[in-house]
Design a binder for this molecule. Structure first.
Ligand code: ATP
Length: 377
C-alpha cells in the first residue's frame, strides 16, 4: 500500500503543527520520520492513521482518498511508545483483541483466532507466554505484544510511534534488528517515528527529516547522511564542524586552510559556511604543503574504535573535531612535535547573509550528540 500525502496542514489552536506537507511513501518500504522534539512527526503519523483530522490537504492510500475514513477503515496497525496494552487482559487476549471486536459477520471462528494469535506470538518470539499478563513481561516483550496486536488485523499499513523509546539501550538495539527482519519478511508499508538518528539511519529504507512542521529532506540513509540538503540536516544528522570563510578565485579560504572543488568555484567572491564532518578532515604530524593549517590538540576521547581529537586552529583559535582510527592516532602521536596539521578532504558550502566580522566570531563546532551514544560507550 503506497501512501501519498498532499499539502497537509494541521493546527492546534493558533499553533501550526504541520504546514503544507507533501510526501510519498512507497509501498512495502520501511520509512522513518526523524526530527527534533515538537517538529510534528507524531502529528503526521496520527494524520496518516486517521487519529487526527487535518485542516487542509489530502492523504491517499493507493490513490484512494482517506479523508473521511476511520482508522479501522484505513486498515492501519498502530503501535504507541508506551505499549498501551490492556493490563487486565492476557497476552493472548491482547493480541486477539482486534479480531474479537469485529462484528459477528466479520469475526473469524474461535479456532481461527487461536491459530492466528499463536502464529503471531511465534513471529514476535513470544510463544509460550500467551497466558501471562502485561505486568509479568519485560518492556521489550510488551512492545512485541503490542506489535503482534497491531499485526493481528492484517494491516495494510503499520505505524509505529517511537516504538522503542521507553526501552533501555540494549533491548532497543535488539528490537531494531528484529523489526527490520520482520519488516523484510512481511513487506508491510511501515512508518515509524523516532528522534534518534542512529535508529533511523540503521533501520529505514527511507528517512524523512521533519523540522518545524515541514519536511527538510527525504532520502535513503546514505543520501541524507552523505548529501544533506541544508545546514539543518547537516547539523541534525551527526557531528559537524562549521568553518566560516570566503571563496576567492574559486578557493575556500580560512587563513592557511584552503579547499577547492567544483562546488567552491560556484561560490566565488562570497562569504560562506563550510560544513565538514569530523572524518572529512585529514590530520598529520607535519604540514602536507599548501592548504594545510596548523592546529593545537586540546582534548582526546575514545569513541569505540575511533579517537576523537578536539583541536583549535592556531591562526584563529577556531575549535573543531577530527575522528581518526586508533592506529592512525598512535602513528600521529609517535611523530608529532608540537602542532598538528589539518587539511580538508571534503566540505559542503552553504551561504550566509551575515557580515564577515560577525561570522568569524561565530565559527564553532556544531555537535549534535547521537541520542544513542551510550550504546557505543
Ligand atoms: P516528540 O518527538 O517530542 O514526540 P513530535 O515531533 O512528534 O515531538 P508532535 O507530537 O507532532 O511532535 O507535536 C508537534 C507540535 O504540536 C508540538 O509543538 C506539540 O506541542 C503540538 N501539539 C501536538 N499535539 C497537540 C495537541 N493535541 N494540542 C495542542 N498542541 C499539540
Amino acid at each position: 500500500m503506497g501512501i501519498s500525502i498532499h499539502n497537509v496542514s494541521k493546527t492546534f489552536g493558533n499553533f501550526n503543527a504541520l504546514q503544507d506537507v507533501s510526501l510519498t511513501i512507497p509501498s512495502g518500504k520501511l520509512v522513518a520520520l526523524l526530527g527534533p522534539s515538537g517538529s510534528g512527526k507524531t502529528t503526521l503519523l496520527r494524520l496518516i492513521a486517521g487519529l487526527e483530522q487535518m485542516e487542509q490537504g489530502q492523504i491517499l492510500f493507493d490513490g484512494e482518498d482517506t479523508t473521511t475514513k476511520s482508522i479501522q477503515e484505513r486498515q492501519v496497525g498502530f503501535v504507541f511508545q508506551h505499549y498501551a496494552l490492556f493490563r487486565h487482559m492476557s497476552v493472548f487476549d491482547n493480541v486477539a483483541f482486534g479480531l474479537q471486536v469485529r462484528s459477528r459477520t466479520e469475526r473469524p471462528a474461535k479456532t481461527e483466532i487461536r491459530a492466528k494469535v499463536r502464529e503471531l506470538l511465534r513471529l514476535v518470539q513470544l510463544d509460550g507466554l500467551e497466558s501471562r499478563f502485561p505486568a509479568q513481561l519485560s518492556g521489550g516483550q510488551r512492545q512485541r505484544v503490542a506489535l503482534a496486536r497491531a499485526l493481528a488485523i492484517e494491516p495494510k499499513v503499520l505505524l509505529l510511534d517511537e516504538p522503542f523509546g521507553a526501552l533501555d539501550a540494549k533491548v532497543r538495539q535488539e528490537l531494531r534488528k528484529w523489526l527490520k527482519q520482520l519488516h523484510h519478511a512481511l513487506q508491510i508499508t511501515t512508518v515509524f517515528v523516532t528522534h534518534d538518528q542512529e535508529e533511523a539511519l540503521e533501520m529505514a529504507d527511507e528517512v524523512v527529516i521533519v523540522n518545524k512542521g515541514g519536511i527538510e529532506q527525504v532520502g535513503s540513509p546514505v543520501e541524507v547522511y552523505q548529501r544533506p540538503a541544508n545546514p539543518f540536516v547537516y547539523s541534525f544528522l551527526g557531528r559537524v564542524n562549521t568553518f566560516t570563510g570566503k571563496v576567492v578565485a574559486g578557493e575556500f579560504q580560512l587563513g592557511a586552510l584552503r579547499y577547492q572543488t567544483e562546488d567552491t568555484r560556484r561560490w566565488n567572491n562570497s562569504h560562506v559556511v563550510g560544513y565538514i564532518r569530523p572524518h572529512e578532515l585529514e590530520v598529520a604530524p607535519v604540514s602536507g604543503g599548501e592548504g594545510w593549517a596548523a592546529a593545537e590538540l586540546t582534548h582526546i576521547s575514545m569513541i569505540g574504535p575511533l579517537v576523537r581529537l578536539e583541536c583549535k586552529l592556531i591562526e584563529s583559535g577556531i575549535p573543531f573535531e577530527i575522528e581518526v582510527s586508533g592506529e592512525q592516532y598512535l602513528e600521529i602521536t609517535k611523530q608529532v612535535k608540537g602542532n598538528l596539521y589539518v587539511n580538508v578532504k571534503q566540505m559542503r558550502l552553504f551561504a550566509t547573509k551575515e557580515s564577515p566580522i560577525q561570522l568569524e566570531e561565530k565559527n564553532h563546532i556544531q555537535s549534535v550528540s547521537l541520542a544513542v551514544s551510550e550504546l557505543k560507550a
